[in-house]
Unconditional design. Structure first.
Length: 370
DNA sequence: AAACCGGGGTT
DNA sequence: AACCCAGGTTT
């Protein structure tokens, strides 16, 4: 694409956006600081997650880890505990790894170039640009989801933003539009515009400082952008999970040591997700526990299935209530008996909380309340 | 229930 | 360059 806006027009557009931001931009906690640590934390939490969800996590996280030194000294398990429910737990592992690297190898200071910043775990080109622009005042562009949508509309971009050509075009125009003055405020301003005015559905074009410059608005249907590729349907998978309970209410949980899938979180024993839509026989569940963990249980009792959607597939879990009779998990399994409602030190993913909640709904212990 | 967002890592 | 990723919010 040729450059649709000349240099003078780019300066004008940036000015219009900054004026709106100064007058109407949201007051968010991470906009009240230039501490790179706080800006970095906000950018990581805001990846794949909305502002409203992030706010309480951001406050709680900073209360426990007010500085990058505190975070570097903390244990991963506690970091994951504070991240519980926020999803995409790899972000939390990367956050912790980067904190340790910055503190131990870089004297506690973030690198000040895009290349070096982008080598840190969990930080890519857009997040690196955001930190450098907002915390260090450098002339760097960002390209997150909000910015992609705004620019795709202003340019009436014909191709999907995630294609190679689409990305190259958007990065190029994002750089051209970023002003030399106040690049950090500009970054916040364009994200704010995307989140509050140039929204996915029903954009508020009459309130937009760029109306009159926007090719999508001129075409009459801004919602037609960004152009999307057809999405592949998500497969549905099935698994069982065994809730081995002791008389005192504790449940057997195992740590997920796998580096990529919910790594560091805890889960009940079960089989791998598969394609069979039929729950296993109780006898198969009992055998799985006996052979895999050396644990004997009374006849497993099926509970209501739990449905959960992940990024790339739907999952149905068949929970089984399994009263413990004998046996302890082998040392190598890392298994522990946990009072999961009380224990704040054991990070659990949302799925496993939903599965464990079935224990309070089981036919064996009917609800007492009306 | 369905649509859809989103950036970094890996190969 | 293509593919992958163990969620959540909005409509």
């Amino acid at each position: 694409m040729e450059n649709p806006f000349g240099e003078a027009t780019c300066r004008q557009l940036a000015g219009l956006l900054l004026t709106r931001y100064d007058r109407e931009g949201r007051d968010l906690p991470w906009r009240r600081t230039r501490d790179p640590y706080r800006i970095w934390l906000a950018e990581i939490m805001l990846q794949q997650t909305g502002v409203k969800t992030v706010l309480p996590y951001y406050a709680g996280f900073l209360e426990r880890f007010p500085t990058i030194q505190a975070l570097a000294e903390g244990e991963l398990e506690e970091v994951l505990s504070l991240w519980q429910g926020l999803g995409y737990y790899r972000r939390a592992r990367h956050l912790h790894a980067t904190a340790r690297h910055v503190v131990r190898e870089l004297g506690g200071r973030f690198p000040d170039t895009c290349e070096a910043m982008g080598r840190l775990p969990g930080i890519g080109p857009s997040t690196a640009g955001a930190i450098l622009a907002i915390a260090f005042g450098q002339h760097q562009a960002i390209l997150d989801g909000n910015v992609k949508r705004v620019l795709a509309r202003v340019l009436a971009l014909a191709m999907p933003p995630d294609t190679t050509v689409g990305k190259r075009t958007l990065w190029e125009q994002a750089r051209r539009l970023t002003p030399r003055e106040r690049p950090g405020d500009y970054a916040q301003a364009i994200m704010d515009l995307g989140a509050t005015v140039c929204t996915l559905r029903q954009p508020l074009c009459p309130s937009c400082p760029w109306q009159g410059y926007c090719a999508a608005q001129r075409e009459g249907c801004p919602e037609a952008y960004p152009v999307r590729l057809a999405q592949a349907p998500k497969p549905r998978k099935y698994q069982f999970q065994a809730l081995v309970t002791r008389p005192d209410g504790r449940v057997l949980l195992l740590p997920k040591r796998d580096a990529t899938l919910l790594g560091g979180l805890w889960h009940p024993p079960g089989d791998e997700p598969g394609l069979s839509a039929v729950p296993p026989e109780a006898e198969a569940v009992r055998r799985h526990l006996a052979e895999g963990l050396g644990i004997q249980v009374a006849t497993p009792c099926p509970l209501d299935a739990v449905a959960h959607t992940f990024t790339h597939f739907h999952l149905t879990v068949f929970p089984f209530l399994c009263p413990w009779r004998a046996g302890e998990p082998p040392e190598a399994s890392g298994g522990r008996w946990i009072d999961w409602r009380q224990d704040r030190r054991t990070p659990l993913a949302t799925l496993h909380r939903k599965v464990l909640a079935r224990l309070s709904e089981s036919p064996a212990t009917p609800a007492l309340e009306a």
